[in-house]
Design a protein around this ligand. Sequence first.
Ligand code: SF4
Length: 460
Amino acid sequence: MLLRHTSTEVADRKGLTINPAKTCQPIGAMYASLGIHGCLPHSHGSQGCCSYHRSTLTRHYKEPVMAGTSSFTEGSSVFGGQANLLSALETMFHVYDPDIIAVHSTCLSETIGDDLAQISKKAFDDGKIPEGKRVVYASTPSYVGSHVTGFSNMCKAIANQFCVASEEKTNQVNILPGWVEPADMREIKRIMREMRVPMVMFPDTSGVLDTPMTGTHEMYPKGGTTIEELESTGSSFQTFALGKFGSEDAARELQKVAGVPFELLDLPIGIKATDRFLMKVSELTGHPVPDSLTDERGRVVDLIADMQQYFSGKKVALFGDPDQLLPLTEFLLDMDMKPVHIVSGTPGKYFSKKMGKILDEEIPTANYKNGPRADMFLMHQWIKNEPVDLIIGNTYGKYIARDENIPHLRMGFPILDRVGHQYFPTVGYTGAIRIAESILNMLMDKQDRESPEERFELVM
Ligand code: SF4
């Protein structure tokens, strides 16, 4: 009974969050920075913040995540961290030789009011940035938003500070993949190759946070979007922004800076969202959807049809990031499952509006909420009032899953106690098969474990 104090009575809370369904902004900024080739993230704040961000990313990806810190002390907390950041930039370029340093702020430096744009300019003016090297900076105060907001803020900064406007457009498109796993970014690139659409993706953490073991440590792995590719985003004729919360701001920035129009789509999770993505890419590029992808779609439909009796009517509670939850809910409904409790710690009215459109007709009694009070405690209360067959979400759901004896599918960020999320995509039709198969195995394992002897089946 790890969460034995969770009560069933749901009270309206105004100012208390219990076990938030989110983490802090700079983690998202750090993750976005790692998707740029040769980039060293830098946390402008205390050492504790940086250690937390690095360790969470390291534990999720099982890869060493490098980052610098301005190492605030009592003095910098009072007088500001300019001197620390100037000396950090000089030292990091000198010792670690990155192509880019991506600086994000923290709660402390934001509260002091440090101006990252002004400090970065001073670093250039003082000759602390070597020739050809770059500094990108984003404001990421963690007392608002979530890790998704931080990811979005850094993507917007990258778009603003690297994109080079061009009157002449090429046949290339920009893909903003949103906060997805390296395997998902690899899968989206594969899909675009199948469709023969030239593209540049940023950020791109494939080849950075899922690197092969070679016996040699590479400070800057070969993956990540290069500076040249980032600059070329201004010449692309179209941007596809996947996920409103993670990608829209960066897409708007590309439109503002370089006049590149954008199409905002859901993350291609599940059949319908992948259909919409492929059809829109096909419509705007003129490239048809190849038979190979149509066949992949057919295989997901076949799997769901074959095993429909195990999916049908099963109740699901899910929590995590809004860009994932929206198409995932739609996919669960497509499999005839019942997503009845949904929380996301990331604020934004769009979530409830869109979730309402997806759910209200199908399951009018479903609970969904986002923002600071949409926490794990509330989710547990809802589950106690209306039990579910499955929980989908990050590692923090394991306490509820254990207490209530409910199978728990790890999806989202962070996953600290399982592997596989780095390597197997959940986007596209291939990803839909992975999600359906994982759900199915969990439900069947439970049935095998708990069914009475006379109902224990060899063939399922
Ligand atoms: S919430 Fe603020 S103080 Fe805490 S780790 Fe994140 S940035 Fe640092």
